[in-house]
Design a protein around this ligand. Structure first.
Ligand code: UDP
Ligand code: MG
Length: 321
């Protein structure tokens, strides 16, 4: 299905939008300036992830004067990744660029990424050397970065930066993955595409607040952990085995001691400690299994990754050019 909007776009810019009313006009202006300067056909795809503020009307009014702007509206909030994937599915360009709507990723950095693509890389990712986020937000990211490096075997300096440029082929690869917890960077690392990172500026969020709270981050990271390896469950099993062996040895030792001394060397506290330890491990293991089973369940249900309520194509007649 060919896009009715900017036919033959060379660049497709995909922006997930969730309650970003205050940022959209400036984003649109700055992004448009950058894209025009590149002097190749482009399209901007705003994917509204079920915003409840004025984001959609604002995007609609921006579209009035812009034949490059496509708006995809979700039925409800599905999350940043589904929004990006929806944008990928629509993108017609040879080069696909993603960035956040909150102006934390300055659009002015895009040419830097494109220069690297021209050098032959297939994916160029921004690296925020100086993150302008509170520690409460950067600390979890630090943990995730380390984890990702260990799991995928490729260490990037920054897995979380959504200012990226992809060759079309990489995006086509990503679309092949039916799994729900799509971790774009993890997948690309795993696919061994040629990745490089360039340092980009990061601003503080212009208006609005971060859409990630702790429960959301934890859920995402469990997705990552269970989605990318079975190591966690193996570790838990190994710990379980170790503890069980310990219990067995302890039991044997106590038995031997009892026989040798003819009395009990065992009090309630020791028993309680052992019971707590073992039952804790069991619960942990059960929870881990639950994580995998739960994900399997969700996958088997086969619910759509996202649901599009409406797509607003740019009007061919209205805009300039
Ligand atoms: N976003 C989205 N759906 C969500 C959460 C976020 O589309 O459920 C968008 C949001 O509008 C922004 C980007 O994803 O464009 C990154 O979100 P945010 O800036 O809140 O994340 P942070 O910078 O804290 O990582
Ligand atoms: Mg942000």
């Amino acid at each position: 299905m060919m896009a009715a909007g900017e036919q033959g776009a060379y660049y497709s810019v995909v922006v997930p939008v969730y309650n970003e009313a205050g940022n959209l006009p400036e984003l649109h202006t700055r992004l448009t300036a950058v894209m025009r300067a590149l002097a190749r056909p482009y399209e901007i795809i705003f994917v509204d992830d079920g915003s409840t503020d004025q984001s959609v009307p604002i995007m609609r009014s921006l579209q009035d004067g812009d034949p490059h702007l496509v708006i995809i509206c979700f039925q409800r909030n599905f999350g940043q990744h589904p929004a990006v994937i929806a944008g990928f599915n629509r993108a017609a360009g040879e080069v696909i660029i993603t960035l956040d709507a909150d102006l934390q990723n300055p659009p002015e950095e895009i040419p830097k990424l494109l220069a690297k693509l021209d050098e032959g890389y297939e994916l160029v990712s921004g690296w925020r050397r100086r993150r302008k986020d509170p520690l409460a937000r950067t600390l979890p990211s630090l943990v995730v970065n380390k984890m990702m490096g260990a799991l995928t075997g490729i260490s990037l300096k920054d897995y979380g930066c959504m200012l990226r440029a992809y060759r079309r082929q990489v995006v086509e690869y990503l679309k092949l993955f039916p799994e729900r917890a799509k971790f774009i960077t993890a997948l690309t690392s795993w696919l061994r595409v040629k990745i490089c990172e360039v340092e980009v500026e990061q601003s503080t969020r212009r208006t609005g607040t971060s859409k990630y709270n702790y429960p959301k981050l934890i859920r995402m990271n469990f997705d990552l952990l269970t989605g990318f390896s079975i190591t966690p469950i193996q570790v838990v099993s190994a710990i379980g085995l170790g503890i069980a062996l310990l219990g067995f040895l302890l039991g044997t030792a106590i038995l031997v001691w009892n026989i040798a001394h003819g009395r009990a060397a065992f009090d309630v506290a020791t028993l309680a400690a052992i019971v707590l330890m073992v039952s804790g491990i069991q619960l942990l293991a059960l929870g881990m299994i639950g994580e995998y089973v739960g994900r399997t369940f969700v996958q088997v249900q086969g619910r759509p990754y996202y649901i599009v309520k409406a797509v607003f194509e740019p009007s061919r007649a209205g805009g300039q050019e």
